[in-house]
Design a protein around this ligand. Sequence first.
Ligand code: FES
Length: 217
Amino acid sequence: MPLESALVWTPVALSADLPAASVIPARLADAALAVWRAQDGTVSAVADRCPHRGMRLSHGFVRGEALSCIYHGWRYGKSGRCLAIPAHPALTPPETIRVATYRAAERDGIVWVTASQEAGAVPAHDGFLGLRSVTVAASPARLAASLGGTLDGSVIDGTIGGVTARLLLASSGEEGVLLVHLLIASGAADAGKIAASRALEGLRRQAETATITGEAA
Ligand code: FES
């Protein structure tokens, strides 16, 4: 799976990091997104730019089933359409006022987004559970080498903190920096989760140090 394509399902966040009625910034290749979860649990993804004056919608807030811009309070529904303009409470906003939307889905505790209407099934990672996400200033090959794992496209399989683990890689939006989602075997005990989470910090340091010192990947 290419890291820089907006046309494939891309893991942008862990479900646990997007509670009900919240919004977070995310990246899909070159695009800045606002990914939000309505009160009813539905996840949506939109361009991170308010059509009114360009404020980042990821700085906004969610009330019920709508995402509001922090600047002048324009409210957007799951379809991207503007639902209300507080300065003109009697006005029904024209249908043409809308923010660009992306397909969003959840599977195995991961939030996936794509710009393609043709993208097939959301990737499955059965038997794994999302634990945490970090950014790592290293290449996929360097990260795989530091883990002693196997790199296949944007997935690294290996063991971390003594736990069977899978790393899902995505673009962070910053050149040379990966967004890394750590998944661990879903049956792992709490002690294993803690060990894996700590080991991820060590892995990050190791991969970044190797990048700086130019060790062979
Ligand atoms: S910039 Fe978003 S409502 Fe004005």
